[in-house]
Design a protein around this ligand. Structure first.
Ligand code: K7E
Ligand code: RUQ
Ligand code: CUA
Length: 661
């Protein structure tokens, strides 16, 4: 509160100085209560700042040693990583190695992290990149709980699990039934399941089938991965999938509150165009935009759980699958028409409304969960050619709001507003939800703010949960064109921070943040006080893979090198500013299994470990134990050294690795 008061006071002064409060006689030399007056005025003039610039600066500046109120977890797009960013300062706090090796964190160089990356192999091939789209924070009662983060790989149909105690990836799961995904990841309100929906239909298991057999063999799929909080892992044996018609499934969201127990998933290409239908014509012209309506998929996952318990599934490639005809017959799957080429589907905070954006329709369409239920109960539906019940658009639609061109994704605040990105307009629209969020009508466009440029997702603090926090909006813009200094033909994307704390059409653009890393798609923003990460590992000798003490942890005084036949085991410690031992000698052809424990307890006393020539780079955080192994197949003299400047004697933190011919 004190900080806020101080901010308000200095803001008032600066506003006066910047000449935006007429009649107050500011100007050069007019010192306010903060005593900042004159110098601030000089800075404002020298830098040519406008009053809006000055307020924006005051709203985003976080002084040295002070912390941000929110933390944004952003997908790193096709870098395969996750970015952690403070809001409102927009300072990058961390880049988490997920699907792609990341040398700073030693991600992909130790045995444990290599093993996790290998879990993501496809048909035995190690994949070293991913196209991450949608991070999902774990939830309890529909609110973020700050414990876990999940993220998908659209390109490979994979899902990763990140533990927010140490911000490290713990698991990668490859879906055995489809080769790509998109409605992923999303969680059910108590993180019972992590959801992954397919995108481009393929035969299950991506087996070969000619495109002529599209309708018979090609399918969509929705996978519900059971998340075991105790173990912190997805349990594949308790997971299951639901087979879907071969419409191209798109984004998904989980019901909450009133609609808890349901999932919503939209689709494009209800035409089932295959690219071969009209010779030489791309999908877009030949097919996918040919019909006026695609389908919102409405899935009762609690019912699906019952069917699985009752044994009404088939096991395909190790995955339990509720087949399409069962899902259609037994009340698991329903469809509702949605305006053409829909993209985002977002469930309102109470779970009562489902907002769908059609890229080629200037409206957002709002479905009422209550109406969906009533019409399902009455049996008021037709069926599609796969036998899936299709509800009638007019019966389940609650409202349509005209917002502008290219609506994509929607978020919510704490004041009854919804916000939707407009890709073609390069703008974000604010509109009112209907009752009970807003009892003066609702369903009205309130205002728009232009963004630079081509916005995809937007992210708001807890803006997709049961309790949105409002205040800020980050617009994740795909193009930045002229916003930044020229860095060549590949331009960074632009995260724009917008203040949405004022009502009506008042929204203020505060800050441009270039994202020098792939296309991020989606981000989630959590209240910083919900995160309870460790400052150092709980015990010396900690293995982050098991989150427990490692049996190979090395205690000071017990460092050693042991030979067993042609296997050499190294037990090493690291502390400022030396490794023990400082010499390791093996014979060419030996298998080397090397354990290092950082025995530091001081916060931030991280040591690195580089072994050039053998492609080893570790990050050993205080207390951490890591193991790496390799065959010493090149004789010679190698130096190992610490890659973190840890003390004045950091350069002396080194040793010799000798491989005798
Ligand atoms: Cu709109 Cu993959 Cu969420 Cu990109 S998707 S924007
Ligand atoms: S050394 S402080 Cu290369 Cu200057 Cu790092
Ligand atoms: Cu340890 Cu530098």
């Amino acid at each position: 509160r004190k900080r806020l008061a101080a901010l308000a006071a200095s803001m008032a002064v600066l506003l006066v100085l910047a000449g935006c409060t007429p009649g107050k006689g500011g100007g050069a030399g007019g010192a306010g209560p903060s005593g900042l007056g004159e110098s601030a005025d000089q800075i404002i003039k020298a830098r040519g700042l406008t009053p809006d610039d000055v307020t924006a600066a005051l709203k985003t500046y976080v002084p040295s040693g002070k912390y941000d109120e929110f933390v944004m977890f952003s997908s790193g797009g096709h870098s395969g990583q996750v970015l952690v960013i403070g809001v409102p300062s927009m300072r990058i706090l961390k880049i988490i190695g997920v699907f792609t090796p990341e040398p700073w964190q030693g991600w992909g160089y130790s045995d444990e992290t290599r093993e996790i990356l290998k879990q993501g192999s496809i048909d035995g091939k190690e994949i070293t990149w991913a196209d991450t789209h949608h991070p999902a924070l774990s939830e309890t009662n529909g609110e973020y709980d700050g414990q876990w983060l999940f993220i998908n790989d659209k390109s490979g149909g994979r899902v990763a699990v990140i533990d927010l105690r140490d911000f490290e990836t713990k698991q990668i799961v490859k879906n055995p039934l489809f080769i790509n995904d998109h409605g992923s990841t999303f969680v059910t309100p108590n993180t019972e399941y992590v959801i992954e929906g397919s995108q481009y239909s393929v035969p299950l298991g991506w087996e070969y089938a000619p495109l002529e057999q599209y309708k018979e063999k090609y399918r969509g799929l929705l996978t519900l991965y059971k998340f075991d909080r105790e173990k912190g892992r997805i349990d594949l044996e308790k997971s299951f999938s639901i087979e879907l018609p071969p419409y191209w499934q798109d984004l998904a969201d989980a019901g909450k509150g009133e609609s808890e127990g349901w999932l919503f998933l939209n689709s494009l290409n209800a035409e089932m165009a295959t690219g071969s239908g009209v010779q030489g014509q791309p999908f877009f012209e030949a097919g996918t935009a040919g019909r006026d309506m695609d389908y919102l998929h409405i899935v009762n996952w609690k019912k699906a759980e019952e069917l699985v318990r009752a044994g009404k599934f088939e096991t395909i490639k190790g995955m339990r699958v509720i087949r399409l005809d069962t899902a259609a017959k037994e009340g698991v799957l329903f469809l509702a028409p949605e305006p053409k080429s829909p993209h985002g589907v977002d469930v309102a905070p109470r779970g009562d409304y489902i907002v769908v954006s059609g890229k080629l329709d200037p409206h957002v369409t709002i479905y009422s969960f209550k109406k969906i239920q009533e019409n399902i109960a009455k049996g008021n539906f037709d069926r599609d050619e796969f036998g899936v019940p299709v509800l009638k658009f007019q019966d389940v639609m609650e409202a349509q709001v005209e917002l502008g061109l290219g609506p994509l994704h929607t978020q919510f605040d704490d004041k009854g507003y919804a916000y939707t990105s407009l890709f073609l307009d390069s703008a974000v629209a604010r509109w009112t939800l209907g009752p009970p969020y807003n009892n003066e009508g609702g369903w009205k466009l309130v205002g728009k703010i232009p963004v630079h440029y081509n916005v995809g997702h937007i992210a708001m603090p807890e803006g997709d949960t049961a309790k949105p926090a409002g205040k800020y909006l980050v617009s994740l813009n795909k193009w930045s064109i002229d916003r930044f200094l020229n860095v060549g033909p590949l331009l960074p994307q632009n995260f724009q921070l917008i203040d949405v704390s004022q009502p009506g059409d008042k929204m203020q653009l505060l800050y441009d943040m270039p994202i020098g890393m792939a296309e991020p798609h989606y981000a989630q923003i959590i209240r910083a006080d919900r995160l309870k990460a460790w400052e150092v590992y709980p015990e010396v000798g900690w293995n982050p893979g098991t989150q427990s003490k490692d049996p190979n942890a090395v205690e000071p005084g017990k460092e050693r090198v042991e030979r067993h036949g042609n296997e050499v085991h190294v037990y090493m410690t690291a502390i400022r500013s030396h490794y023990t031992p400082e010499k390791v000698q093996v014979k060419k052809g030996d298998k080397v299994i090397w354990h290092i424990t950082n025995i530091e307890r001081a916060r931030d006393a991280t040591h690195g470990f580089a072994l050039p020539g053998y492609n080893i780079q570790l990050s050993l955080e205080p207390g951490e134990t890591q193991t790496f192994s390799f065959v010493a197949d090149r004789s010679g003299t190698f130096t190992y050294y610490c890659t973190e400047f840890c003390s004045a004697l950091h350069l002396e933190m080194a040793g010799y690795f000798l491989v005798e011919p």
